[in-house]
Write a protein that binds this ligand. Sequence first.
Ligand code: NAG
Ligand code: NAG
Ligand code: NAG
Ligand code: NAG
Ligand code: NAG
Ligand code: NAG
Ligand code: NAG
Ligand code: NAG
Ligand code: NAG
Ligand code: NAG
Ligand code: NAG
Ligand code: NAG
Length: 572
Amino acid sequence: MYISNLVTYAYAILSVFITPVFALTDIEHSVLQKRFDSYYANNNTKDNVVVRGITVGGWLVTEPYITPSLYHYATQMMSNQTHNTTLYNVFNSSIIDEYTLCKALGYDNAKGLLEEHFQTWITESDFEQIASDGFNLVRIPIGYWAWKQNHTTNEYVDGISFEDPYVGEGLQLYYLNQAIGWAEKYGLNVWIDLHGAPGSQNGFDNSGQRNFYDDLGWLSDYSTTNLTMAVWSTMFDSFLNSSDAIVGIEVMNEPLSSKIDIKNITQAYYNAFELFQDKEDPEKNVTFIIHDAFEGNGYWNLEFNPRYRNVSDQYQNTQDLNKTYYDSQQIMIDHHHYEVFTDWQLANNQFNRLMDIINFGESIKKELPYHPAVVGEWSGAITDCATWLNGVGVGSRYDGSYYNTTRYSTDDLPVGKCYSQNPIGQWNETYKRDVRQFIEAQLATYDAQTTGWIFWNWKTEDAYEWDYTQLKAAGLFPSPLTNFTYFGNDGKLNSDVSMSLSREAYPVTSSSSSSSNSSLSASSSKKSKNMGSGPLFNHSTNDKSIWSLKSTTWLSNVTVLLLSVVIAAHIL
Ligand SMILES: *[C@@H]1O[C@H](CO)[C@@H](O)[C@H](O)[C@H]1NC(C)=O
Ligand SMILES: *[C@@H]1O[C@H](CO)[C@@H](O)[C@H](O)[C@H]1NC(C)=O
Ligand SMILES: *[C@@H]1O[C@H](CO)[C@@H](O)[C@H](O)[C@H]1NC(C)=O
Ligand SMILES: *[C@@H]1O[C@H](CO)[C@@H](O)[C@H](O)[C@H]1NC(C)=O
Ligand SMILES: *[C@@H]1O[C@H](CO)[C@@H](O)[C@H](O)[C@H]1NC(C)=O
Ligand SMILES: *[C@@H]1O[C@H](CO)[C@@H](O)[C@H](O)[C@H]1NC(C)=O
Ligand SMILES: *[C@@H]1O[C@H](CO)[C@@H](O)[C@H](O)[C@H]1NC(C)=O
Ligand SMILES: *[C@@H]1O[C@H](CO)[C@@H](O)[C@H](O)[C@H]1NC(C)=O
Ligand SMILES: *[C@@H]1O[C@H](CO)[C@@H](O)[C@H](O)[C@H]1NC(C)=O
Ligand SMILES: *[C@@H]1O[C@H](CO)[C@@H](O)[C@H](O)[C@H]1NC(C)=O
Ligand SMILES: *[C@@H]1O[C@H](CO)[C@@H](O)[C@H](O)[C@H]1NC(C)=O
Ligand SMILES: *[C@@H]1O[C@H](CO)[C@@H](O)[C@H](O)[C@H]1NC(C)=O
């Protein structure tokens, strides 16, 4: 090995750990552009429609960081109530999630406040705008408590009794049904997403109930398991066969397999699937969607897959053989991808961050012969600085304040000072460019390599990196959705640099060599496996065909392969 190589390696390795270099160098940009060119070379994003969706998060399930004003107001109400001695509903804690909000205010006050929020936060004009901006799908989160029948008797559907402070009694369902009507009107597809489970499936505040440190309730006993089954059953009765706008039901958002045994989660998924099969009208083609439960890509390949019945047998209760004949392409896997919830991701420079996206897209592509797979949540965030993103009163990993406000600790130094919680107008040009590049990289990758994508989130009050409407207004989100500035099919490659793909052009020495190798093996195994596996979802409203997979996608561009070989050869 030459000394100069060693110097290059040392620089490359150190540059990852020294202060983050945000901006791409010209050479890095050229290297990335080559990767994106492979997507366009196959012309696979032009004539095939994939899922291009948006979530209306923070609406029927509230989230403090999306609408902090709602939570500030509730806290003020609570404080006023606490000083009102005629009230006995005194709550000796702070409001940190929808559960504590309802508990602190009491049913009627909470209902009044939430109803006003449901009425105003998302309206028909949002759906009209979503359609005219070119999205083809809206993902709508809802909590299990929407199926509470009577708060006095704690009665849920199917006569199940379960005690919690949430508001229900048809309130959220009224707004959900209204939204489905808007979707029909504007030609949008809808996927309903059960975002909060009894007892909480992850302990995040977006499940309704924040619980960082203790055991979770979901599936820990019959009370939460049985209620979940009853909610699924009623949900399927109401929404599987009711509207052509509804193309999918996600049975549980983000169950956390590091806290709930994956076997319990998998069993619950199979139970849900059997109910789903009982109730679905095959003509409607509604897709059964499962979140990956934070397992790695590929984990679910052999589950819900009649070709590997030895895998599913242990979970399947059914004696009905007919139910074991289904097409694995009817089950969709939902992956969520963010780059801001670990110290190491936050410390990434821009090049590594975008390479992460490319590699992530490649690994999802390998799942497609087994199941369609989407990136059902992603954002423009490159820091975790948005106020309350990690929870009410919880700081950011980026500046280290997370570790001062939680029981967690780290040996990593803070990456920098928080800045992106300020309005986009105050961001510097470098940061704006990095966010735009990050968004483009995800759009291009997920369009080309997956069944589609759903951005999180349609809007927020002041979490700018997570807010489509404000990112778009500031020119940081492509509009139309394929109008790229940095990584389009007419990306302006600097040919001098791109032709001399030297070692310097590839600063992430170790990981780039392995990713080149994996892209090689991926493409060779891909061909044989995928040819002929056709498209599988043809749900349509207005003749729009979505979730159809493309046979051309499987052909990896030879140029890119050669490039990978060249790079790998240089590095090894
Ligand atoms: C690969 O892409 C290049 C342009 O980047 C194009 O000229 C070539 O025809 C493509 N090859 C295949 C096999 O698609
Ligand atoms: C891409 O596909 C469309 C529709 O099939 C076709 O009209 C167009 O010419 C193709 N573009 C390229 C560059 O092959
Ligand atoms: C709380 O009480 C103060 C003083 O009476 C009043 O100005 C404020 O509007 C009240 N806030 C809420 C949310 O009820
Ligand atoms: C105390 O709360 C009761 C019940 O909500 C309300 O009728 C009353 O006006 C409140 N009193 C004050 C002083 O705010
Ligand atoms: C809930 O049950 C109570 C007691 O049976 C009854 O008075 C009330 O009307 C019920 N509420 C609803 C919304 O059905
Ligand atoms: C899994 O489910 C069983 C009962 O079905 C329960 O005893 C166990 O506690 C559950 N495990 C977890 C981690 O929730
Ligand atoms: C839950 O359902 C099971 C199976 O139907 C039943 O045996 C059990 O009694 C139920 N448990 C509760 C707490 O409802
Ligand atoms: C299985 O499917 C066949 C053919 O569609 C049908 O005749 C039969 O009744 C089904 N069996 C059950 C148990 O549903
Ligand atoms: C976290 O706490 C440490 C020790 O008290 C302090 O030095 C540091 O400034 C705090 N960081 C933030 C971002 O608040
Ligand atoms: C731009 O803002 C980022 C994020 O705060 C900061 O790390 C960077 O140093 C700033 N760059 C310039 C050129 O001011
Ligand atoms: C694409 O975006 C640029 C700004 O980035 C804008 O000037 C242009 O009008 C857009 N193209 C279309 C077709 O809207
Ligand atoms: C469901 O799929 C079948 C077969 O692909 C198709 O004939 C039918 O029109 C689809 N139904 C809807 C509502 O899209």
